[in-house]
Design a protein around this ligand. Structure first.
Ligand SMILES: [Zn+2]
Length: 255
């Protein structure tokens, strides 16, 4: 068994050469989004990906969405995604988050803009359940999402952020999300068949040089994302693989 990772954005928060890091996991006709940067609908069209019906990817193709943390490059697109799901698609979104991040999502990010609507005569109040169904994912507790089982782990980052391991019962993917260099986290991710790890600048992120020092067996199963524009020129100078926008990476189990 195997599943596909549709790599739709590989950039960091300030990148202009790439979309903010986000991807979609596709198995059979189930599509799970992971993170949601600015201009999300436009980003979904940027790489020519198609849904199971052969139509261009759009917000109505999503069966669920994981939000790893509340930094804008991972969540800024959510407000309009949710509005589109309510007013155009007419179907709430299944949203998966850690409870500590979810606690802030409505009250401190979405309520100010999505919490009321003018119906032509008066303002109506709207609530989270008008837009999404929240499914909390506690740390290190496997949760079923469609054909996948997902486990999460807290990373070393500025705010509460989840790394995750996704498996379909055979093949598995480990995703660091945003994190300072954390050998324990890398050990945890390395239990998966394939690894997507961040590299970026600043104390809340992982320097490229730290990953270059890892065991070769781990490095050959690893691709890098969350790339600052400044790092793109180093792609040919490192023995690590940079993930590429528009690529479909097949995640397959060990033979
Ligand atoms: Zn972040």
């Amino acid at each position: 068994m195997a599943f596909d990772m549709l790599m739709n954005g590989v950039g960091n928060a300030f990148a202009v050469e790439s979309w903010g890091t986000h991807f979609l996991l596709q198995k059979d006709d189930y599509l799970l989004g992971v993170d949601c940067p600015d201009s999300y609908r436009r980003a979904l069209r940027a790489n020519g990906f198609e849904n199971a019906d052969g139509l261009p990817l759009d917000v109505d193709s999503l069966d669920g969405l994981v939000i790893t943390h509340l930094h804008g490059d991972h969540v800024n697109g959510l407000e309009m995604l949710l509005a589109y799901r309510r007013y155009i698609v007419g179907e709430p979104l299944d949203l998966y988050m850690h409870p500590q991040a979810a606690d802030h999502l409505w009250d401190r990010r979405l309520e100010v803009s999505l919490g009321q609507s003018w119906n032509g005569e008066r303002h109506e109040s709207l609530y989270p359940e008008d837009y999404y169904e929240l499914h909390p994912i506690p740390w290190e507790t496997p949760v079923e999402i469609g054909p996948f089982e997902i486990e999460t782990r807290k990373t070393i980052h500025h705010i509460t952020t989840m790394a995750m391991r996704v498996n379909d019962g055979d093949a598995s993917l480990g995703y660091s999300c945003d994190t300072a260099f954390d050998p324990d986290l890398i050990d945890w991710l390395a239990k998966a068949d394939a690894i997507l790890h961040e590299t970026s600048l600043g104390p809340g992120h992982t320097p490229l040089q730290a990953l270059e020092g890892l065991d070769p067996e781990i490095k050959q199963r690893m691709r890098l994302a969350h790339l600052p524009d400044e790092l793109l020129d180093l792609a040919d100078d490192t023995d690590l693989d940079f993930a590429e926008e528009g690529a479909i990476y097949r995640v397959a189990g060990s033979p």
